[in-house]
Design a protein. Structure first.
Length: 94
């Protein structure tokens, strides 16, 4: 079983990789999409119907398990009548 120290080292190593930044974006958009669905009282199926994006793709996006294009994000946001902006986030220090 891995020790806490070992897990922290592994996490720190991962956070120094570009993949961790991509995962942060996926997680952020997944959380936003779930909030917007809840706020609108929509299901993923309803969003698929209104956006033209497949239900399976939407499911993968809300599980932060899909590298979607800006075009796909735009379709979803347009259907939800929502505009977003990306802002700089300061790195966390330990």
């Amino acid at each position: 079983m891995a020790s806490i120290r070992s897990l922290k080292r592994t996490l720190k190593d991962y956070e120094s990789e570009p993949d961790s930044y991509a995962q942060d974006l996926k997680n952020s958009f997944a959380g936003l999409l779930l909030r917007l669905l809840r706020d609108n009282g929509w299901t993923q199926k309803e969003l698929a119907s209104k956006s033209g994006v497949g239900e399976r793709i939407i499911s993968r996006i809300v599980h932060a398990d899909h590298n979607c294009s800006f075009e796909t994000l735009g379709q979803l946001l347009f259907a939800l009548r929502t505009r977003v902006a990306i802002s700089k986030k300061e790195p966390e220090t330990s």
